[in-house]
Design a protein around this ligand. Structure first.
Ligand code: UD1
Length: 390
């Protein structure tokens, strides 16, 4: 297995002859589940080899409960064939301080009881920071998957989570070269940094082949959009800076409804956005607003879309690999490779720039992307290879 090492591991503390190696995987919010799944499966595949070598590899999954609705959580565990979490912290919604603090208090008890050798956190949500900080303060090693991404926008809660998690992690697994450069610029020693590719793409590749083999039947809504032979677009929008205030949402929504005059738009709506649309009394002509959908249903919808509008991080990456044009409704991206190599247009939040990207795509002149290095479906295996040789 090709691990691109940026340096030699020297994180100490994990014994050379491991008899028992306890790894705790943390998941909290929707975008975490597709990142945790391939790591879980790659670790599980190593259990038997470890046993033969005299080592007891124990893997546990802790769900903080930051996302808790069936459509924001359980459906992902089912779709991604993950076992039920060993522990559910039931943190729920709340202010950033409340959510982070509740996760820390509950996770500390789990760590004190279980004493894992390593905690793996993924992504940039509040659970990522809460659990890495708790583990580190108890002297438990922390690995951060999807390290080094930077939007350079400290008004984004995720940017704060990313920077702080990276600053205290012992192992930093990176998806794209910009991540390595950002970490080096922040003084993280090279020996902690591993450019391994993108676990989210592991999940995508695996499930795309399942869908192509006919192993999943999409919901009636998604079937309908795909089967009427017309082009369609998919929209996701949930970032607080875009949806929480009327004056920010109105112009974005204006551009979306303008596009919807040309092409139908499927919009699985995040609970945050759904409540704001209701509160602001927004009209949605041409936009089919549905409840959040599961991973496989979303993949079915996105893979055949003419384009995607989004403010999410993960969809910028997924569309790049699927070759689907993506209009990112944000002023910055922490995933610059999707713009440099992929199909992503960083359109900003003004109607003019959103529409200009949309018309370019609809006129058949969308840029053709290429797939970033190491986004090949084997990132989790590379990560596990590193973990097994500490
Ligand atoms: C969180 C992440 C964000 C990620 C997003 C994906 C942080 C700081 N933000 O934002 O990075 O892109 O998840 O979905 O961690 N709600 C429900 N049911 C749920 C979860 C939430 O109804 O299962 C509602 C609640 O009213 C809640 C609101 O959605 O107040 C927002 O949820 P929250 O977890 O605070 O943040 P997200 O916007 O989901």
């Amino acid at each position: 297995m090709d691990v691109v090492r940026i340096g030699n591991v020297s994180v100490g503390n994990i014994p050379e002859m491991i008899n028992q190696y306890k790894i705790c995987l943390v998941a909290g919010a929707r975008p975490n589940f597709m990142k945790v799944a391939p790591i879980f499966h790659a670790l599980a595949a190593r259990k038997e080899d470890a046993r033969i070598a005299g080592n007891d590899l124990q893997i546990s999954i802790v769900h903080t409960g930051q996302h808790y609705d069936e459509s924001m959580s359980e459906v992902f565990f089912r779709d991604l064939r993950m076992p039920k979490p060993d522990v559910h912290l039931e943190v729920g919604s709340g202010s950033h301080a409340v959510q982070t603090a509740k996760a820390m208090i509950s996770f500390e008890k789990i760590l004190l009881d279980d004493r894992p050798d390593l905690v793996i956190v993924v992504g940039d949500v509040n659970s990522t920071l809460a659990c890495s900080l708790t583990a580190k303060k108890l002297g438990v090693k922390v690995a951060h998957v999807e390290a080094g991404l930077r939007s350079f926008d400290m008004s984004m809660p995720e940017e704060i989570n990313r920077k702080l998690t990276d600053a205290i992690s012992d192992l930093l697994f990176v998806t794209e070269n910009s991540g390595v450069q950002n970490l080096r610029a922040e003084g993280i020693p090279t020996e902690k940094i591993f450019l391994v590719g993108n676990v989210m793409i592991d999940t995508l590749k695996h499930n795309l082949s399942l869908i192509e083999r006919g192993g999943f039947t999409p919901s009636a809504f998604v079937q309908n959009f795909r089967s009427n032979g017309l082009r369609y677009a998919v929209l996701t929008l949930h970032r607080p800076s875009n949806v929480d205030r009327r004056e920010n949402l109105i112009p974005i929504w204006g551009a979306i409804t303008e596009v919807a005059r040309q092409i139908p738009i499927l919009f699985p709506v995040h609970p945050r956005t759904g409540s704001k649309l209701r509160e602001f009394g927004m009209e949605a002509e041409g936009v089919s607003i549905i409840e959040p959908i599961g991973y496989l249903d979303m993949l079915c919808a996105v893979k055949d879309a003419a384009m995607v509008f989004t403010d999410s991080g993960g969809l910028q990456e997924e569309t790049t690999v699927l070759g689907v044009p993506c209009v990112t409704i944000r002023e910055n991206t922490e995933r610059p490779i999707t713009v440099e190599l992929g199909t992503n247009y960083l359109a900003g939040t003004s109607p003019e720039t959103i529409l200009s990207a949309a018309w370019e795509i609809l006129s058949g002149n969308a840029k053709k992307g290429t797939i970033p290095p190491l986004w090949d479906g084997h990132a989790a295996e590379r990560i596990v290879e590193v973990l097994m040789h500490l």
